[in-house]
Ligand binder design. Sequence first.
Ligand code: CP
Ligand code: NVA
Length: 299
Amino acid sequence: MAIRHFLSLLDLSPQELQGIINRAIELKKAPVNQVFAGKVLAMIFEKASTRTRLSFETGMAQMGGHAIFLSPRDTQLGRGEPIQDSARVISSMVDIVMVRTFAHQNIELFAKHSSVPVINALTDDLHPCQLLADIQTYVEQRGSIKGKKVAWIGDGNNMCQSYINAAKQFDFELRIACPEGFEPSSKMLQANSDRVSMSQDPKIAVSGADLIVTDVWASMGQEQEQKDREQKFADFQVNHNLLDGAAKDALFMHCLPAHRGEEVSEALLEDPKYSVVWSEAENRLHAQKALMEFLLANS
Ligand code: CP
Ligand code: NVA
């Protein structure tokens, strides 16, 4: 059987993704089992994390497996051992690997030389695990996301680009509003022009939307651009005023961590009528357990 990796939502079919969402909802009701007994997950983190580390590590423990945290500070990978050599060695000792890194090509190179499934836990380009949790959250709250209108407000970053892939795989309309110069990949926009549109006006994107999503204005690795971005993104805050134009039962999501008073108002983030960010965060745990189960069973 060929090894299945999860570097992007496009690595799985829409049916397989739907199966993972259904299984995540099921696992949430019965979280403890022995499906991963004797299995080991290696977690390589080149960037900071709270949710991702906690959810993968807890998920392995709840299903009878074990997780090992590897940081560049303490591994030879961090001292320049080639990615391909590290991938061959690490994958010879564990059953599945999770990587959070900078350049997307790093994880592609790792996966190419890995003998076990590799999961993208965030790169500069994509954050597909977060999308599994987001879709699970939408399904739990409102039912299928198929045919719904989703608005992405803010930076055309790794989360925005993952929403473009999700629009294709889960069959919804995506309206993106970014300041000029902060758009997502034009190649991705072109490839999905049947369902993804772009503007510089958050009101247009939010009009009639069923789900409104945003993320920090400066991602990890862009800290030095924070001040400049605060000015350029000033009209892109998601708040109650902006949501006036959305569907009556619209939901708000944010992958977290959030910067209150920047990309989202404190009042909206804390308003349970719209904001489902805490369930969204928790669902990382359930969705990734379902993902690991799928990859291990199909590799
Ligand atoms: N949303 C998310 O991936 O959070 P962490 O950076 O805390 O893992
Ligand atoms: N876009 C953010 C997401 C954090 C989970 C970042 O890359 O820092």
